[in-house]
Write a new protein. Structure first.
Length: 148
């Protein structure tokens, strides 16, 4: 006669699963019997004249008429600042063989990439220059670079 394929461990796991399922069903039944929710009226919320949420409808006598065209929805305009496009700086690093370098601006001490195509004159490290900025693929690049 062959032995049963159910081991002790399998039987215990099955018992635990059944027990969990029964507990879950008991909790569900308990929630259903004790729930106070129900109709739509209990779920509604109203906004009073001060903008607060309440469970009572607002008083129609306190209602104010608002002209929709007087409501402005936009980002406030920024005043245009006159920024001098020409900046001054010093060549911090320049590699002649590869054709690129970096310019350190005098005012902000920020470094900007410069390519040999953006040069109007030949430059070397330590030269004082004037330049303009242009947005490149990886950030701002110095272009139209001239010695001072």
């Amino acid at each position: 006669m062959a032995k049963s394929q159910d081991t002790f461990n399998k039987k215990e796991k099955e018992k635990k699963r059944l027990k969990k399922r029964q507990e879950k069903n008991l909790k569900r039944e308990d929630r259903k019997s004790n729930s106070t929710g129900g109709d739509l009226e209990n779920m509604l919320a109203y906004v009073d004249e001060n903008g607060n949420l309440t469970d009572t409808p607002p008083d129609p006598s306190k209602k104010r008429k608002v002209n929709a065209s007087s409501i402005e929805i936009s980002v406030p305009r920024r005043e245009e600042e006159e920024i001098d496009p020409i900046r001054t700086g010093r060549i911090d690093f320049f590699n002649d063989s590869k054709g690129f370098g970096f310019i350190k601006e005098k005012d902000t001490q920020e470094k900007y990439f410069v390519h040999v195509n953006g040069l109007l004159e030949d430059v070397k490290e330590g030269d004082n220059v004037v330049f303009e900025l242009e947005r490149g693929l990886k950030g701002l690049n110095a272009v139209r670079v001239k010695k001072v």
